[in-house]
Design a protein around this ligand. Sequence first.
Ligand SMILES: [Ca+2]
Length: 332
Amino acid sequence: MYKIILDTDPGVDDAMAIAFALLHPDIELLALTTVFGNVNIDLTTRNAQSLLELFGATQTVVARGAAVPLEQTPNGFADFVHGQDGLGNCYDDRPLTASAPHAEIHTLDAADFIIEATRQAPGEITLVAVGPMTNVAEALRRDPTLPTRVQQLVIMGGTVTEPGNVSPVAEANFYNDPHAADEILAVNWPATIVGLDVTHRVMLQDPHLKSLASAGATGDFLWRCSRFYVDFYTRRARQHNASEASIPACAMHDAAAIAAVIMPDAFERINGAARVITEGVAVGMLALDRKGGPYPLDYWDNRTAETYACVSLAAEQVRQTFLDTIINHKLT
Ligand SMILES: [Ca+2]
């Protein structure tokens, strides 16, 4: 059984990852810790609560986290990808029930919750971060011994060989707090990076998503909230004359990080010391030392080589596991 704390900025693909983690029989989802990212922290936290209620997961804790990056001026939000509400503009017809037990926010903030939960269960918890890395970095600043108590850190962020999605070299989660991403890759977790190299290779096409629509309230919501997100992806693909644009589709992104926890053999990894560029033209870029040095420039020196970046995956196996999990294990 994998005990997971999911650090998240819901987000349509976050909603898919949350459903995947809740429904997979090998996962115990302990908590959602929220962070700014796709939309602001008020909305991502409300969305976390709303999704848990909708998915019938009243036992799962929500701990609210960072509203802004550690050091840089905040970038704009991605509501043009995820909708004004962060959930494909589907939230308003699914209001929160005020009396729901999980509607309460934990008294600890996200960073302190991560620190405390790993003290209660040292070595047992996998931390999966699928938004900007701010909460994880903040937890690390408050308690530098944190990595010794975390079973592993799995990150959706960055890219090694694929183009970025906010610049030719940068992925959005790292771009939104590059200082945080760089800090958490400086220590020995070990860390697994599930970046665009693999998340762009698991496309969910409309027939796949439509197959979820009859899988209870969870599958139905994932189908409906994916409409706005798929429209964005499909319009962008057509701008690039991509051949796959003939079938509306979106990338799996955050749910692939959950897959990397439960089916690690489906992913091929390379490892090395990692930096994330914190300013300038390449801000947000993951720079992995694939060779292992030495180089005249010492920026990668004294960093662990225990950063593992996924560079390929068994895409069909990952996609089918996600779909089967939602369809066969529906909660409601
Ligand atoms: Ca996310």
